[in-house]
Ligand binder design. Structure first.
Ligand code: IMP
Ligand code: MG
Length: 373
């Protein structure tokens, strides 16, 4: 076997990518993060305990055959990265020695975090310094992990003591080409720097380009899973959200879906599922198969409103600022687990509008709360 798959978000992040990566991870030797930073909070449940991964991919690290690679398309603050590794090492045996970091990864420095807090409130960033860190990188004034290795910084000794290895994408390429690899994306296509709702976006690629940005252009993917919440969607931070809902229906979804940011604790904005935006995200992201998550959140809804079109064609990200959604109402379901006619009708509608196949649905955080379609 020699499988290469990617898991990407197709909305504004928080599509439950972590849950899907975690579910698939036992089939892969390497789980590879290629973009973003600790602005992400990928939540998974293991042995009834909740874990929020920020830098590390959301692998099932209880299985000690699984290894993680953090690619140079990411940016990281070495201190908080070390903290995260040490904190998860308590629960997962030999975790440090299963983590490889690309020394070409650029740093998030304290000054970047300060700048984010001071200057980016209008975007509603996570204040992790991500935008300023990428800005320093692009303006060619930043430093990488390699520089800390060369100057023998203490934080590097601590990472090495934890068992972590530093290897470049180029050094890993042969091994990755002959191994089963899962590339875990960060955020979602609508937050992509180029194709998202700029300037209300994150500062890196959220499409399959992120895999190239970490040095893996020569790896051919067999499948690109696009993850979307089924039946509704969310956004944290500011920016256009054509199908946003307010008032009691929104509050109900926030509570039922536990829609609070796992990195910042912020209440998420919620909206109706936006299929034209999903079609756009699949096309721009490079998605080959959709997975719909959190269907259980809509259990016991009499009916479900879905955006099936806009009042004008979408040519690019700018159009999301003014497009008016056109809705269709479908029948709700009692229990998504039953996979009733109503659930199948949602899947059919998603496939019809997006022209992309739905391969799996998930309806809970439990091991068995996921099925093939
Ligand atoms: P930054 O990535 O912290 O610069 O934030 C830029 C925008 O992306 C803000 O609207 C954030 O709320 C959003 N964002 C960043 N990371 C995530 C994530 O993991 N999930 C959801 N939204 C995110
Ligand atoms: Mg999240």
């Amino acid at each position: 076997m020699n499988k290469k798959v990617a898991v990407l978000g197709t909305q504004f992040g928080d599509e439950a990518k972590g849950r899907i990566t975690h579910h698939l991870s036992p089939h892969y030797k390497y789980i590879i993060r290629t973009s973003g930073s600790n602005n992400c909070g990928h939540v998974v449940y293991m042995d009834d305990k909740k874990y929020a991964f920020h830098y590390l991919p959301s692998a099932d690290f209880r299985d000690n055959r699984i290894n993680a690679f953090l690619g140079a398309g990411m940016v990281a603050n070495p201190e908080t990265l070390l903290e995260e590794i040490l904190s998860f090492s308590k629960d997962f045996k030999d975790l440090g020695s299963r983590i490889i970091i690309d020394p070409n990864m650029f740093l998030v420095q304290d000054k970047h975090i300060e700048e984010d807090k001071l200057k980016n409130a209008h975007i509603g960033t996570t204040n992790k310094g991500v935008g300023p860190a990428f800005k320093s990188k692009v303006s060619r004034e930043s430093i990488r992990f390699q520089d800390l290795i060369d100057s023998k910084e203490e934080v590097i000794s601590k990472l090495l003591d934890a068992g972590v290895k530093f290897k470049t994408a180029y050094e890993m390429l042969g091994e990755f080409k002959s191994s089963d690899c899962l590339f875990e994306g960060a955020q979602g296509v609508l937050l992509d720097l180029n194709f998202g709702t700029y300037p209300y976006v994150t500062s890196c690629d959220c499409t399959i380009s992120s895999i190239g940005a970490s040095g893996f252009n020569s790896i051919k993917l067999n499948k690109v899973y696009g993850i979307a919440k089924g039946g509704y969607m969310t956004r944290v931070g500011n920016g256009p959200f054509p199908t946003e809902m307010f008032g009691a229906p929104a509050e109900r979804l926030i509570l039922d879906g536990k829609e609070f940011g796992s990195t910042t604790g912020r209440k998420r904005r919620v909206g109706y599922m936006d299929l034209p935006a999903l079609k756009y995200a699949c096309a721009m992201g490079g998605v080959t198969e959709l997975i719909l998550t959190k269907l259980d959140v809509l259990d016991n809804h009499e009916s479900i409103k879905i955006c099936v079109d806009y009042d004008k064609p979408i040519r690019g990200p700018k159009d999301f600022e003014t497009a008016k959604p056109i809705y269709e109402e479908i029948k709700g379901w009692k229990n998504a687990k039953d996979f009733s006619v109503a659930v199948i009708a949602l899947i059919d509608l998603v496939e019809k509008v997006t022209k992309c196949t739905v391969g799996k649905v998930s309806f809970g955080v439990g091991k068995d709360d996921i099925r093939d379609v």
